[in-house]
Design a protein around this ligand. Sequence first.
Ligand code: ADP
Length: 481
Amino acid sequence: MKLLFATSELAPWVKTGGLGDVSAALPVALRAAGIDARILLPAYPALKAAFPDAPLVASIPPPGPQLYGAALRAARTPEGVPLYLLECDAWFDRPGNPYLGPEGRDWLDNGKRFGLLSRVAALLAGETSPLDWRPDVLHCNDWQTGLAPAFLHYLPHGRQAPSVMTIHNLAFQGIHGRDLLPELGLPESAWSIDGIEYYGYLSFLKGGIQHADAITTVSPSYAREIQTDHDGMGMGGLLRHRGDRLSGILNGIDTAQWNPAADPHLAAAYDGKHLAAKAKNTAALRAEMGLADAPQMPLFGLVSRLTNQKGVDLVAAIAEELAELPAQLVLLGNGELELEKTFRALAAQRPHQFGVRIGFDEGLAHRIEAGADIFLMPSRFEPCGLNQMYSLHYGTPPIVRATGGLADTVIDDSDHAHGNGFVFSDATPEALLATVRRAVATWHNRKAWQALQKRGMQADFSWTAPARQYLALYQSLIQTQ
Ligand code: ADP
């Protein structure tokens, strides 16, 4: 089976969140399961630098009235996954975040940039592809490739592969003006409530949800939640309508990159049988962040985009109480300026208890997962979430809110046989604080804590099982074609 995985992020080169990790790991797991999975993504500067000699394999004339022509270059990741790099320097040769300009605002031409990516994904899935290699299934991810199923629907070219649309986060819907429709070369007939029109705008993600042959999202709970008006972010009705095509497949984690027994970022290696060495990472993390060397206090860790979604404001709201417990906190994140300011101020007030690093730092993310005693992830909504799985795998029991993938992976400590963390329901500082107190009480009970750590570390969060589920889905699409 041949699979084209179309994405706008690929770790370690381009990553703003979980999509980059999934794009790096899932195709590897699919290839291990015998699928010829290949990735299509834009040739951003980081990829051009990583693969400077990638040969040209196809030239693509402008595929729409206002779209630039492009080239496809072939490369291969160190794990052996073939890449098709979509080269269009005017649109993709820009430094930094793939979606935002230097002021932190969306690039104004994102509609055309990712319209081109979607258009080319559709092109490669059909009979008029400039490549000899034709996928049996096209797998699209998030709004940036969401228009590909719409292109396949409105501009079909002979035999073409069925498509899967995976929603990694429903909050990002790729909303653009109506003008984009003719600019991309989509027909007027696409402008309808059964097409890509969305409350007077054009939505890339809606195009994918409406026209893909299957829709997935990244956890079973999130698949249920997004079909409600409450959590459907304006797409609940559409997702209910397409409910028979929608399923949830829990993400895995990349256990080669995230393995406490062989993690080059850590001060000391450890596993479930040698948990004592974890303390060395805790001490090193305290030193790195300038915190007091105070092993009698639990050290909380948090790695996150700083946005309302992640509930980090709830953590800021209980900072005083945390300090008085007493406890320490290490936070790594970036995002909304107000939140960055809040956490910087907290660290300035209590430099020996709160260590804050504003920025994106892969190595420090690993050291926090390993060094913290307790991980915080109080998300308001969470499609899957990777950090809680990393923390479980690293023997750092998480405190999570019962939502989406957090609810599917973390079992509360009150279940003495299966508990691996702490779960609360209300997105309020009070509910978080009560759970923090509960976790700290358990942390002081060494034996109970170690049992909790070990249960988290024993679980299999690898991509093996999810890859099998995707494979079954692809097979079902090919059979019903
Ligand atoms: P989301 O995709 O919503 O941001 P996930 O938990 O699914 O959340 O994935 C986030 C990924 O990004 C994880 O691999 C996490 O470690 C990483 N990450 C988030 N913020 C930072 C940061 N500031 N520095 C390093 N890694 C980060």
